[in-house]
Design a protein around this ligand. Structure first.
Ligand code: FRU
Length: 466
């Protein structure tokens, strides 16, 4: 159970990487690990015009293992630089994983907070004993070189009812204060989010927690506060929610609660809304960019699934979603792929209803207004997207590698926007009120739709090494 890969082995795995030229699944619009395993986006921020996108990275294995922070940058979301590894698990307080965390800038300094994961030797369950989850703090003036690490909290500092699992610090400035939220699992197996407040990013004061009256999973991971025009939302990735016919269909879920008030205060939260109902979406993180946009990037993957990814044969697994702008509309969050992506469009064409369209490759966007009562869209050889009798469904055949059906109740479908990449689909329904993201593995380019639609073909994002 204890991780043994050292920081040095991680560095070597990254430096000696080989990327297979014959890989049919490399994505053209998305960030992927150069080699090995990727999970959560971390430390999302913009400083001096440059966007920093860190991520959970295990270059040494497609199955994960000890985690470092990989690092991409971009100034326009079209040209990216692979900056290698920013933070290694190389201190006593994070030797078994530089786990997820966030970044916030103050007085021209980037402040990163993350979880230092420690696994003790011995016979432990690593939930109630044997596990250290430390909140670590590092700073950077340029975003590339980092200060020595300081420990903000160890497990001894968290409320007594928590297990060892207290992680994923996300810090947000709201009003004139900084707020840190931490995901937690209690000793009676309930999910919680701990709330701390700070004026200077040095001292954090505990202000209570976010909890539900009813049991809603055993662990809440990757929390975040989203403040949009005075609407406050608490995002989280809850684990252990029983699947229902039309909700919570993944092994681990994601979504948000609407909070009371305009300043974060500890409270009992009630109605949970899923952010993305597809097979491959988890641990999303948001940040506010220099234009004031709230941008979300999620992990386009999920752990503990019974479906698989043939990319493992090519030495890598998982990716990040396209960056999506969040808006609050009628008290709910909507998601729209950031407008920069449209710069990559290479052609535009109208396709009439029910005609077979076969673009040259699978990198395209569809804009589909819905005019009829029931809707169907076929993509690739065996994927269908339907809405009929109040139910939306994404059904996948062999190309899903074990992914079968995801469905949700939806009274009316007004429009769809579908972003297709070589091995992924991101489907946005009703102006982004619902999102549905999946990996898919099929070179077939067939498109047949019950409605007429516009198809845009796309060029690829540019990626260079630092
Ligand atoms: C979510 C998560 C986080 C943790 C990280 C470790 O996917 O489990 O809670 O910090 O991944 O990689």
């Amino acid at each position: 159970m204890k991780t043994t890969t050292t920081a040095e082995e991680i560095r070597k795995a990254y430096e000696n990487r080989t990327v297979r030229e014959d890989d049919p699944y490399r994505l053209r619009l998305h960030l992927m690990p150069p080699v090995g395993w990727m999970n959560d986006p971390n430390g999302l921020c913009q400083k001096d015009g440059t966007y920093h996108i860190f991520y959970q990275f295990s270059p040494q294995s497609v199955w994960g293992g000890n985690k470092a922070w990989g690092h991409y940058t971009t100034t326009d979301f079209l040209h990216y630089t692979d900056c290698g590894i920013a933070l290694y698990p190389d201190t006593d307080l994070d030797r078994d994983g530089v786990y997820s965390g966030s970044a916030v800038t103050k007085d021209d300094v980037m402040h990163i907070f993350y979880t230092g994961n420690v696994m003790e030797e011995g016979n432990h369950d690593y939930v109630h004993t044997g596990r250290g989850h430390n909140v670590m703090h590092v700073t950077s003036r340029d975003g590339f070189s980092f200060s020595a690490r300081q420990c903000v909290f160890t497990n001894a500092d968290y409320p007594k009812e928590c297990t060892c699992h207290v992680r994923d610090p996300k810090v947000e400035k709201i009003g004139d204060r900084y707020y840190m939220v931490l995901g937690a699992r209690t000793k009676d197996d309930k999910g919680r989010i701990l709330l701390y407040e700070s004026t200077d990013l040095e001292t954090f004061v505990y202000c209570g927690d976010f909890h539900t009256e009813y049991t809603f999973g055993y662990m809440w991971e990757c929390p975040g506060l989203v403040n949009l025009e005075g609407n406050l939302f608490l995002m989280l990735s809850p684990q252990g929610i029983p699947a229902e016919t039309y909700r919570y269909q993944n092994v681990h879920n994601n979504g948000y609660f609407t909070l009371k008030g305009t300043i974060p205060t500890a409270q009992c939260v009630k109605e949970f809304t899923e952010l993305d109902i597809g097979f491959d979406f988890y641990a999303p993180q948001t940040f506010v960019d220099e234009k004031g946009r709230t941008i979300l990037i999620g992990w386009m993957g999920l752990g503990d699934t019974d479906y698989t990814n043939p990319t493992t044969e090519y030495g890598w697994q998982h990716a990040l979603t396209l960056p999506r702008q969040l808006k609050a509309v009628n008290g709910k969050l909507t998601q729209t792929v950031i407008e920069e992506l449209t710069e990559l469009r290479t052609s535009e064409r109208y396709c009439p209803a029910n005609e077979i369209c076969q673009p040259a490759d699978n990198v395209f966007e569809l804009e589909i207004p819905v005019t009829k009562e029931s809707f169907s869209l076929q993509l690739r050889s065996d994927v269908t997207i339907t809405q009929d009798h109040g139910v939306f469904a994404l059904s996948m055949g062999k190309s899903g590698y074990g992914r079968t059906v995801r469905q949700a109740q939806m009274e009316t479908l007004r429009n769809l926007r579908v972003f297709s990449d070589t091995s992924s689909l991101e489907i946005f329904l009703n102006d982004g009120e619902v999102a549905c993201t999946t990996r898919i593995y099929d070179p077939d380019t067939t498109i047949v739709c019950s409605e007429g639609y516009t198809i845009y073909t796309y060029d690829a994002i540019h990626l260079k090494k630092m």
